[in-house]
Design a protein around this ligand. Sequence first.
Ligand code: MN
Length: 247
Amino acid sequence: MIDTHCHLDLYPNPGRVIDEADKRGTFVIAVTTTPKAFLGNVRLAEGRRRIRVAVGLHPELVAERYREIDDVQKYMARTKYVGEIGIDASPACKTSAGLQADVFHTLLLSAEQLGGKVLSIHSRAAAGAVLDHIEKCVRKSSPILHWFSGSRKELDRAIELGCWFSVGPAMLRSRKGRELTLAIPRHRLLTETDGPFGTKDDRPLMPWDAGLALPVIAEGWDCSVEEAAQQVRLTFREMVELHGSPM
Ligand code: MN
């Protein structure tokens, strides 16, 4: 099982979640919302073979924390994974959308300068702007659009631009989310939870719950759940290997 977008440090008891994920063999990309959290997550993940820590600056926090961009750039040299980054133009964040776009653009360029990174990208109410920046800046990085909620046309554009997509049980709850998911080419689809923000029945999704997305995907692909799981693993491995050294 692979959870390519999980906020491990934001569970009430991260240590216990990490132990359980380890026991279940779940591979996790621990995204972070601030560069300081990156350091904390690196400590949390110490000695765990299946956890990778991404450095990020969440778009919802950019208005108050954009000065931390230097630290994000500094820590990027220490990891192959960058996230959560992106743009959020929903009503609560709209006023900082311009600043968010500047930060996003700068971070995309930094990732390029370092030879390309695996990027986990937020694009709520801003799919078009996010894709503009990807089109302009990304040559070597692998952009994964997390919980994509743009239009079908924007999805097609993202596919055209070579993006990957991480889809979780929360996204699959809506009809639109399911339709978008099944329009994603098989070799571009990854699984995620966005836990603990992603929920199911009012409880936070756990990293291993990324697997709950598989039956829906398998049904759409007309294959077995195990075949769908295998395809997701293959897609992830091939993507990560574009950036040298295995996962
Ligand atoms: Mn998130």
